[in-house]
Design a protein around this ligand. Structure first.
Ligand code: HQG
Length: 181
């Protein structure tokens, strides 16, 4: 599969496994899972045929490991980034002392006032290193980087999770736990 098709299919999967499963007539089961056969049939019905081999390539080849199969390979889910209500079954874990967030200058005035909000997603998404955070921020323009005092937040009772693809998740980061880099 060429890179253009891979990107298109990856966006198609992100859209339906995170945000709009109903547009394909799908419902996410607990954990965000969808049957692989069901997904492929629904995609074909909606004018986007995907072969099983392509799906496997998308799962293993994704730069960010956005999607994962279950142990049997019978179900697939997005590892994070959902906007539809879904319980991913994540368990609280102790974060590294410092995490990072990449954003754009236009968001800073509100972030300075309200801290990091989850906006349309289930959680605020944080990166384990500056390089990853820069990539996230650069999706929308030249990134600005924020360091997050994760240890301080946890000490105050904030709960952290890590997705299967290494994205750190929490509910809210108040402004006093942020430092502009
Ligand atoms: C900003 C991608 C104003 C926040 C990435 C971000 C990530 C505020 C935007 C994943 C704010 C939300 C998530 C506030 C936060 N005022 N703006 N108080 N608080 N923001 O896309 O973290 O490619 O929902 O800085 O790699 O950018 O989809 O979150 O700019 O892992 O797999 O509001 O999405 O992964 O944007 O990215 P998003 P994000 P995928």
């Amino acid at each position: 599969m060429d890179a253009t098709r891979a990107t298109r299919l990856s966006k198609f999967l992100s859209l339906h496994l995170r945000h709009r499963p109903e547009a394909l007539g799908l419902t996410l089961a607990e954990g965000g899972w969808v049957g692989v056969e069901e997904l492929l049939a629904a995609a074909a019905r909606h004018g986007q045929p995907i072969s099983r081999a392509e799906l496997e390539e998308l799962v293993s080849g994704s730069d960010k490991q956005r999607f994962a199969f279950d142990a049997e390979g019978a179900h697939i889910r997005a590892q994070q980034g959902h906007s539809v209500p879904v319980d991913l079954g994540l368990v609280p874990v102790t974060p590294p002392a410092v995490l990072y967030h990449g954003t754009v200058p236009a968001a800073l005035p509100t972030i300075r006032r309200d801290g990091l909000q989850k906006m349309k997603r289930h959680h605020v998404h944080l990166s384990p290193d500056e390089e990853t955070a820069r990539r996230v921020g650069n999706r929308r323009g030249p990134a600005v980087l924020l360091a997050v005092d994760a240890a301080g937040l946890q000490a105050q009772g904030h709960v952290f999770y890590v997705s299967g693809n290494g994205v750190w998740l929490t509910d809210h980061v108040p402004a006093q736990y942020l430092r502009e880099l």
